[in-house]
Every structure is written in C-alpha cells, then in structure tokens.
Design a protein around this ligand. Structure first.
Ligand code: MG
Ligand code: MG
Length: 636
C-alpha cells in the first residue's frame, strides 16, 4: 500500500451497546480511528447533526461512513425520483455531520426492476448530485439483494457508472455467507473500493438476513474465512479503513468497553495474519512477534488465607504433591509432583491478596512456558492486553506478565538464563516430612475457565490471538439447571489445553461458581497420569476420596461401549469416568468440590483421544449436585 499512514480502523456504532456518547467513548478508548454512523443511532440521539459531528471529533474520531441508504437503484417512477430526493436530503444531513462517504446497499424492494445498466445509470446520476456536496457514494451488494447479491455484480455496476464519486463497498459477510470466491476481489482496482466492512459469523445454516442481523461476530471469533477475504482486498492495493460492522444481540447487550476492545483486537490480529500470509504485499501495519508457542502450564498459583492454605495443602498432599520449597521473602509455598508446580500464596499484600479479597481461595495466577517471555508480553500488549507489574522484592525475578481477561494474571517463563531457574532463585528447597506417596501425576492436562456465556468470545479471541492455538468445536453440557457451553482451545501438540465454559445462568454449577467466587475464572484443573488405575490406588492410599459416581452410569457405559464386565467393574470400584473416540480412550477421576465450587480432575489419555469427556459431564454434574450439602459450601 502506497501511503505510510498505517492501517486505520473503524467500527459501526451498531456494533456495541449504550447510547451514542457511551459508544463513542468506548470506541475511542479502544483505539479506533473512525466510526460508521448508523442513521438510527443518530436519530435516537438528542442533538443536532452539527453537535453530533462535533461530539465525534471531540472523541478524536472521524466519521468513516454514513449508512444505510436503501432501495435506491433500478426503481420505476415515481419511486425513482423520490429516491433521488431522499438522497439529496441525506447529503445535506451528512454535510452537517461532517461525513463524506455514504453507503448504498443493493435494492431489496419488490418494485426494483433490475438491469445492470439501469442501476449503473442511476448511480452515475447520483454521483453528479453528490459532487457539489463533496460526498462519495459506495455501493454494496447485500447477500439478499433482490437483483444484486454478489460483489462481482455490484462492482460491474460501479464500474459502468464510471463516475469518480461512485465506488464499491465490500462486506466480508455478504461475500462469505454466499460462498463467493474471494479471489474475484483481486481483479478490482483498489482505488475503486471506497470502503471495506468486516464481520465473521459462526457457521449456522439459516436464513441469510437473520444470520447477518443477529449472529455476526468479530473476525476470528466465527468460522468464516475472513482472513482470506482480507488477503484478497489487500492484493488490490486498497489502503482505506478496515471497519467492523457487527450485528449481534449479545454484543449490544454487553459492556461497550469490552466489546470495543475485542473489536480492535480482532482487526489488529487479522491484519497481522494478512501481513504474514501476503509477504509480497506491502501492508502498513505494525510488526509484532508471531503468535506465541507455549509448551504448557509451568505453574498455577492459588491465593488463600492461612487456614484455607492448610486445607488446600492437605488436598494437594492427598493428590500426591509434596512441599518442595518456600519463597525466600514471602508467605508462598511450592508444591510439586511430576512436572506440575502448584503455589499457595498467603501474603497480606500484593496482587494475590487483592485477588483473595475479591474471590476467596482461588487461582489468581497462571504461569505458561513459552519460547520467549518478553516477546509474549510484547505481542499481548500490541493486541491491547494490559501489562502486569508489581514491585519486585529482594531475591525475586521480574517475570514478564500480563493481565488476562477476567482480571487474573498470567506470567511467562522461558529458557532464558534467570527465568529458567526461577524456582531455584526464588524458593528455598524444603524436605517434606509429611510427604505423601507420589500419585503418578505428570503434568497439567487442561485448565478449565468458567465465565458468563456472553463473555466466551472475548476469552476465545484473547487466547487465540496471542497464542498459537486453535479453537475446537463448541459442545453443550447439560446441567439440570441450564446449559453450559464448552469450547476447548489447544495448541498443536496438546501441551497447552484450556477449556472455556460459558454459563447461561447462575443456577448451573458453573454459574453458581461465578456468582459465589465473584467472577473467579479457573473452576477446575486436570492433572495428567499415564496409568489411571495405579493413580487411583495411590490416591486412595493418600486418603483421597473421589467424587462418587452413580452405579447406573456404569451400566449405561458397559452397554454403550460394549465393555468387558471385569473392566467396567474396575472403573466402578475407583469411581473412574470413561470415554472413547476413534483415536483412543479417556479416563477421569474428580475430586469433591472445594470452597465455592472449585475442583480437581485427574485424566489419562490413551492413544490419541482428543476430547475432554463431554459425554460424562452431565453425570459429573449430577454427582457434584448429590455431594453438595449447604454446609459443605463454606464462605471464604
Ligand atoms: Mg455492510
Ligand atoms: Mg475437565
């Protein structure tokens, strides 16, 4: 792209909730350069066009587009003359607002006559009317347009209009929803593309209009190949704004700030991918480190008070963890088994303590092993994440960290000199006289994060944009009290696995956990073993009592998978859940609930089993509900 002004970003006001001034504040704070003004947002606002225009500029934003203007081209008289009069009226309004680009979407009226040349003639005539106002008009093919529903036809109309004030507007949704080959965009001259709108969507087979109006989401949050679309646009030499036009009921009901931050992150992430995939095209976006490879969870830190720390340590011991170290300067202990490091922090100041005050005993910090910790923070910051720092005490390392979504902290450990020796440097080794028998736990298989369903996409975009991970298909978990949506995010070798669990209401166990822990994120973590039956024996010997599974579960299981009765009996004896897919087998044991609904899981993956035992979740939830007594849910 010729200019070196940098990629400029915009978002339509309809994409987020709030009144116009709340929207503008959120959009400006998230770092956008411009806004698409939807006429309804303007009409609903109590202020003159001049005042609204000034308010937008006062936020440091420009009006990138005024829209929509509907049912214009190809009309018979008298509707044709009226359409031109309506357009003139909008041009006046736009001038008062300070907007110079109008969107016309392809006609959906049953009165529209069709005909490429007729539409081109109308647009040329409109270009003549727009000229004295200093306004340009972009023509967009709606996927459900009456005669024009394909950007290739819209381009042919704009081309034949042959007027400097008339150009094309591309919208990824309209092109991708109809499965139109995005490479057809590569033949369009970039300077005739007046504007580019971007939206993703989940792959759902439904009416196009309804899908578009309710289910669009940010690039990277859905299933459409928006990156391929934008690669084709970049190839044309287009150097205008990239703008989000997202119709999504959930987003409009969500926090304007948070949705705006997601939107900006999605565009930065998208353009970073396009830059990498089209190295021969000069795309003017800031360079940042590539998505970060993680080789797994290095540690999980709990915040607790002294008495709960004792209780938690007792639970760790039953799981086979031994006390391995004490922090050189703080009330922090290190618990180890296999490659798992668990940390209990009972400090009375600092982040862990404020997290304790907010959420009670809970996971406040997750440490990830990465290739380059500094690069991780750099990429995260460029994607809008907040860095995290707190004063470094004597004997402590400054470990690169960020705030994750949900308010927790993530630290990053790499192989560089000091970070690789963090445990030796910050902790004094301990000999644990009460050390239990090792239970064969080798690593953290997955960390399960729980959030409100409406926030799931925020979390998904955060983790997938920063880390080299992929999202797995969403599965529904049925809690008797409501639905929980579950989606895994994994890296290629399975060394980093996170599951996102979105609770639709507060009566589900997941929803109750969010309410009772005031928004704590980590609801359970699963340790890996290579031999579930040996681990089960060791756990029992350590005094661990697994979550009791209903005998009916095993009868069903035996029939479902055609298991040998002897094998089923072994599972039943140790309260082991079982699942199987084409690749392998999965074994699970759960701990009872701790505190506000936190629990541990132990899993064994045999063969290439890829899932998380979703089929077992309803039985696990039923068992947890049975085990729950009111007095077993102590307040922190
Ligand atoms: Mg559009
Ligand atoms: Mg699990």
């Amino acid at each position: 792209m010729g200019h070196s002004t940098g990629m400029r970003t915009s978002i339509a006001t309809v994409s987020i909730g709030g009144d116009l001034s709340e929207k503008l504040a959120a959009i400006a704070a998230a770092g956008f350069d411009g806004v698409e003004i939807f006429e309804t947002d303007f009409l609903a606002f109590d202020g003159s066009p001049g005042e609204v225009g000034q308010m937008i500029r006062d936020h440091g934003l420009e009006i990138s587009l005024f829209q929509p203007f509907r049912d214009f081209e190809g009309m018979p008289e008298p509707q044709r003359s009226r359409a031109f009069d309506r357009a003139e009226h909008k041009f006046d309004l736009m001038q008062q607002l300070g907007a110079d680009l109008m969107l016309i979407c392809s006609n959906v009226s049953p009165l529209a006559l069709g005909g490429i040349d007729r539409a081109a003639d109308d647009l040329r005539a409109l270009g003549e009317r727009a000229q004295p106002h200093g306004i340009r008009v972009g023509y967009e093919a709606l996927a459900w347009g009456r005669h024009v529903n394909d950007h290739r036809d819209a381009w042919e109309i704009a081309r034949r209009a042959d007027h400097p004030r008339i150009g094309l507007i591309l919208d990824s949704f309209h092109t991708l929803a109809r499965g139109i080959d995005v490479n057809s965009i590569r033949a369009i001259p970039g300077d005739r593309i007046f504007f580019v709108q971007l939206a993703d969507a989940p792959q759902i087979d439904m009416d196009l209009l309804y899908w578009s109006r309710h289910f669009r989401n940010m690039p990277g949050e859905g299933d459409l190949p928006v990156t391929d679309f934008m690669r084709a646009v970049a190839a044309t030499g287009y150097d205008g704004m990239v703008s989000l036009e997202i119709f999504n009921d959930q987003f409009r009901g969500g926090s304007p700030r948070s949705i705006a931050v997601d939107g900006h992150r999605s565009l930065v992430y998208l353009m970073d991918q396009v830059r990498r995939l089209e190295p021969q095209i000069a795309i003017d976006v800031p360079a940042m480190p590539d998505r970060i490879r993680s080789s797994g969870v290095e540690f999980v830190e709990f915040s607790a008070n002294e008495s709960e720390a004792v209780e938690l340590a007792g639970l760790f011991r039953m799981l086979g963890f031994r006390l391995a170290g004490r922090h050189v300067a703080k009330d922090v202990t290190l618990w180890r088994q296999g490659g798992v490091n668990l940390v209990i922090n009972t400090e009375r100041e600092g982040f862990a303590h404020s997290s304790y005050l907010a959420h009670g005993t809970s996971v406040c910090d997750i440490g990830l092993r990465v290739d380059d910790a500094a690069a991780t923070v750099q990429r995260a910051r460029m994607l809008g994440a907040d860095p995290f720092q707190q004063p470094v005490g004597p004997g402590e390392l400054e470990i690169p960290a960020i705030r994750s979504v949900g308010g927790g902290v993530m630290h990053f450990i790499d192989d560089s000199d000091e970070l690789a020796r963090v445990w030796e440097i910050e902790f004094r080794p301990q000999t644990d006289d009460a050390a239990p028998a090792d239970a064969g736990l080798t690593a953290i298989d997955h960390v399960a994060l729980t959030m409100n369903y409406e926030e799931m996409l925020t979390w998904l975009l955060f983790y997938t944009s920063i880390f080299e991970t992929r999202k797995m298909p969403m599965v529904d978990v049925v809690d008797p009290a409501g639905l929980v949506r579950s989606q895994a995010i994994e890296n290629a070798d399975g060394s980093l696995r996170l599951t996102l669990n979105g609770a639709e209401n507060r009566k589900t166990l997941a929803g109750r956990f969010i309410a009772e822990s005031f928004g704590s994120a980590v609801q359970h973590m699963a340790f890996a073993t290579n031999d579930m039956f040996a681990t089960a024996q060791a756990l029992t010997a350590n005094g661990f009592r697994p979550l009791a599974v209903s005998p009916n579960y095993y009868n069903d299981l035996e029939a479902r998978f055609g298991l040998e009765p002897g094998f089923t009996e072994r599972l039943r004896a140790d309260n082991i859940f079982y699942d199987r897919d084409e690749e392998g087998e999965y074994f699970q044991i759960y701990s009872p609930n701790y505190g506000e609904g936190f629990f541990f899981e132990v899993v064994e993956r045999r063969g290439g089993y890829a899932g998380y035992g979703a089929a077992n979740a309803p039985f696990r939830i039923a068992a947890q509900r049975r085990a729950m007594r009111p007095q077993a849910m102590p307040k922190h």
